[in-house]
Design a protein. Structure first.
Length: 421
């Protein structure tokens, strides 16, 4: 079996030990001979890679590790490139959460104006990475975890030549939760899943071929508080956890405005403690405290997808992929989050059909926002940026969109060269 070279861009992330745990657990089916760990933050990369080296040594000194701040050196001849970057770091995330709240709008890192700002900062960097991949590893697959994953994957599809599949851990998390509920193996659970990244629903569940949708809906309703349980029963679908920002907007804004810290500030504290732990020379495994950082099943989703491509498995995965008629109410070139058959030729979306009337308008409005955001991020088009915010369902008016855009561009000016040449 041919040996593989894997590159991780953004390897200074505290998530990296979880990804490496997945690499080590799949050594038989994924013969990875080299893992390149690359990050522009030399301090964090040094701390995280120190733990990774101890993990690899404890597992038997395989694969070989390359630790570098040189992106070209990391990418060259890679078979798979995993991207998990955060342009501007947690400081920028906290700005993304705080600025919208000043205008009475939800402050969240991937949803609404916060996700919009993150996309504008990230698209140019990801297109630069894609250019390097096309030049130095033209046959490589880019597995994108960088958020907002759907928007970034669409930008890569429209403005680069790389082979890309976008991935989020939310679908696999729901699949695993339903498997536990029904005492089944995760692979036995098939979801009738559709939507966009962080804007998705499950309208059907089959376990070992049996339709258990009604029982699954009632189970999911019981997991949530009263308001979300009532929503599930009204929709007759299970919404993504991110949809509470849309369905309970007023409540969320009040809760966020009352909170002493944003989620980004909490994560910054968790990350500081994780990096302290990672420095411990006696630590040779991923610490349990990493669960506080979020991102459950991240490694499992990434390595299962890479294995499905490398081993030509024709396996079922929920991914972010070009629509090509899968959802008939959306443009063919739009990126959607849907089940796909994954093999050596990539991810092939399975037919979804028409969007349910109950959610059609919301999905189409958010997709219009995403398409405008891709254009704004790639081309520095201020008009597209303004109209993207104007179209977003969480932004109440054109006037608020104007004020939000000015505030976000000013706050993140140094990360937005396409707007401030």
């Amino acid at each position: 079996m041919a040996e593989l070279k894997l590159c991780v861009i953004g390897a200074g992330s505290t998530y990296t030990p979880e990804l490496v745990e997945g690499i080590l657990s799949r050594r038989r089916e994924l013969p990875i001979s080299r893992v390149a760990l690359m990050d522009i933050d030399e301090r964090k990369l040094g701390i995280v890679s120190g733990l990774v080296k101890r993990m690899v040594a404890a597992a038997g000194n395989r694969p070989e590790l390359l630790v570098t701040t040189d992106r070209e050196q990391a990418i060259v001849d890679s078979d798979f490139v995993v991207t998990q970057i955060r342009v501007g770091g947690l400081k920028a995330r906290i700005q993304d959460e705080k600025i919208p709240l000043k205008f009475g709008v939800v402050g969240q890192e991937t949803t609404g104006p916060g996700g919009f700002a993150k996309a504008l900062r990230t698209i140019p960097v990801m297109l630069d990475i894609a250019s390097d991949i096309a030049r130095l590893a033209p046959d490589a697959w880019l597995i994108n975890f960088t958020n907002p994953s759907g928007i970034i994957t669409e930008a890569l599809g429209r403005f680069s030549d790389v082979q890309v599949i976008g991935l989020c851990n939310s679908p696999i998390g729901l699949q695993r939760a339903l498997a536990r509920q029904f005492e089944a193996e995760p692979g036995d659970v098939i979801l009738d899943y559709f939507g966009l990244n962080h804007l998705s629903w499950v309208r059907g569940v089959r376990i070992r071929g049996e339709d258990v949708t009604d029982r699954a809906l009632e189970a999911a309703a019981s997991w949530e508080n009263k308001r979300e349980g009532e929503l599930i029963r009204a929709l007759r679908m299970i919404p993504s956890g991110y949809l509470h920002y849309y369905y309970f907007t007023d409540d969320v804004v009040k809760e966020q405005q009352r909170a002493l810290k944003t989620r980004g500030e909490v994560v910054a504290e968790v990350e500081k403690e994780l990096l302290r732990m990672y420095r411990d020379p006696a630590l040779t495994h991923k610490p349990k405290e990493l669960e506080k950082r979020g991102g459950a099943h991240y490694s499992e989703a990434a390595m299962a997808l890479i294995s499905a491509v490398h081993n030509n498995k024709d396996e079922w995965h929920v991914v972010n992929v070009v629509n090509t008629g899968c959802i008939v109410d959306l443009p063919d070139q739009a990126v959607v989050e849907v089940p796909a058959q994954v093999n050596a030729d990539g991810a092939h979306p399975l037919p979804v059909g028409a969007l349910p009337l109950e959610v059609r308008g919301l999905v189409q409005a958010v997709k219009a926002y995403e398409e405008l955001t891709v254009r704004a991020g790639a081309e520095g088009d201020r008009r597209a940026a303004l109209l993207a915010l104007t179209n977003h369902p969480l932004v109440p008016s054109f006037r608020v969109a104007e004020q939000l855009l000015d505030a976000l561009l000013k706050a993140h000016r140094k990360y937005l060269p396409q707007f401030f040449a």
